[in-house]
Design a protein. Structure first.
Length: 202
């Protein structure tokens, strides 16, 4: 016959050991929240944190004197003219390029008449600052699929547009590689936060 006191003692010891194990285990688990990509593989949300920007690539445009950073897995494409630059996340298979998300930077010199007309007021819409310059924020529309940031600096008009592409019609293996829109939106915000104007060359 099992001694009731012995059984109670063993149960108490087991509970103490189990509680201690669980407490130590929670200390080992990082506090960073987890987000999920389409393949249901957990990725830590701090993959797009400021601490990792030290490993990001740098794109510099010496013609229009600006610079910004972007993730190392992203690619760049410049048109023949330096006016338009594309930063994108995507996959290339032969001649086929599939883009998941993209930021384009358009820079164009403007005349004095345009400069005088460019006067942002609260009535213009949502306004934020990009490296000290007031920028007009325009939400996506049917004719403009991405969020657009427009601003003027030293007689150059800049437009930065972000866009997340629809992945519903992609092959399954590409759907699994693509991240959810919320992930790319975080990356967009961080890329924009790195934008800065360069000092003119002497």
């Amino acid at each position: 016959m099992v001694n009731p006191r012995l059984s109670l003692a063993l149960l108490s010891i087991t509970l103490v050991v189990l509680t201690t194990f669980l407490i130590n285990l929670t200390r080992l688990i990082p506090n960073s929240p987890v987000v999920w990509n389409n393949s249901q593989t957990p990725i830590m949300s701090n993959q797009v944190s400021n601490s990792n920007q030290a490993t990001w690539k740098i794109h510099s445009n010496t013609t229009y004197q600006y610079q910004l950073k972007y993730p190392p897995s992203w690619q760049t494409h410049e048109s023949v003219e330096p006016d338009l630059v594309s930063l994108y996340a995507g996959e290339r298979s032969g001649d086929m390029l599939t883009k998941y998300a993209e930021i384009t930077i358009l820079a164009r010199p403007v005349d004095q008449e345009f400069t005088k007309m460019w006067n942002l007021t609260p009535e213009s819409g949502k306004i934020l600052e990009i490296d000290g310059q007031k920028a007009l924020v325009q939400e996506p529309t049917d004719s403009r699929p991405g969020k657009t940031y427009s601003f003027l600096h030293q007689s150059v008009f800049y437009q930065i547009q972000s866009q997340i592409y629809e992945t519903a019609n992609l092959p399954e293996y590409l759907k699994k590689i693509a991240e959810p829109p919320e992930y790319y939106q975080k990356v967009f915000n961080q890329i924009l936060s790195t934008f800065k104007f360069l000092e003119p060359s002497p």
